[in-house]
Design a protein around this ligand. Structure first.
Ligand code: FPP
Length: 258
């Protein structure tokens, strides 16, 4: 029983456990309104708060948001500075609430280029939410999926060289333990806003069996209603994981028989 699922007419048994979102279109949202691009990112942060709260209330286990890619460092200095300022502001402002809401916070990506004070804010929040048991909220920051995979390979090679691991034992499970998303449930649902049909170096390994959703809406306009609409669409998808529809029907029939 989840009253939020009732309120939004969602079947809790048909919800994804892990959702990843590429929050695209902030710049275009601002440009359309003759505003500086950073106002689009500002509005985008408000949507981050709204969607995070909704997912938490619906009992979604993990939400991973693409906030800044490794490639985004090439954007105009003013914009990079503005986004970093917003992140700093968001973490400072939300720290207490995230801890109290029982969220497990983490940042995925390559932290090397982040400023010292942002790393400190992130580490403090990760530490303070380490023992929480609620939704996993992961922010992809200075993140590239190819980079994440290469870092995982480096870790594994080191383990093999140090004879802590036998090369023949390397399998999907072991590999996943070396990714930044270690311990998170499998990615079930991928969403990209703004009408672009790309995954842009986001969670490439984890996307293996995710259901893909592309929507024309710009991220600053992406509200709870839109999220629920996509969740309803998700609940209608048949996830076969390589099996046939008949096999799945047989399995659910056997389950009803007990
Ligand atoms: C893509 O829109 C968006 C980004 C590169 C930044 C997203 C950042 C936020 C929503 C704010 C920070 C996030 C958190 C978690 C506090 P775009 O600028 O590429 O838009 P465009 O394609 O219309 O130019």
């Amino acid at each position: 029983m989840n009253s939020y699922c009732d309120k939004w007419n969602l079947n809790p048994l048909k919800l994804p456990q892990h959702i990843g979102i590429v929050m695209d279109g902030n710049g275009r949202w601002a440009t359309k309104r003759v505003l500086p691009r950073i106002s689009g990112h500002h509005k985008g942060v408000e949507r981050v708060q709204e969607i995070t709260e909704l997912c938490g209330n619906l009992g979604i286990e993990a939400l991973t948001l693409f906030a800044f890619s490794e490639e985004n460092w090439c954007r105009p200095e003013e914009e990079v500075y503005g986004i970093m300022g917003l992140l700093r502001w968001y973490i400072r402002k939300e720290h207490k609430r995230i801890v109290e809401k029982n969220v497990q916070f983490r940042v995925i990506g390559n932290r090397i280029k982040l400023s010292k004070d942002i790393i400190e804010l992130i580490e403090n929040l990760e530490k303070d939410t380490k023992n929480n048991t609620g939704m996993h909220l992961s922010i992809a920051l200075s993140y590239s999926a190819q980079g994440e995979i290469l870092r995982a390979v480096q870790k594994i090679v080191k383990n093999v060289q140090q004879e802590e691991l036998n090369a023949n034992e390397i399998n999907e499970k072991i590999f996943e333990q070396s990714l930044d998303t270690k311990g998170l449930p499998p990615l079930d649902m991928f969403i990209r806003t703004s009408g672009e049909y790309r995954v842009s170096n986001f969670l490439l390994w984890q996307l293996a069996y995710a259901e893909l959703f592309f929507d024309n809406i710009l991220w600053p306009d992406f509200d709870s209603k839109k999220m629920v609409e996509l969740l309803q669409m998700y609940s209608l998808r048949e996830r076969r994981f390589g099996k046939t529809s008949e096999q799945l029907a047989e399995k659910s029939f056997n389950m009803t028989l007990g």
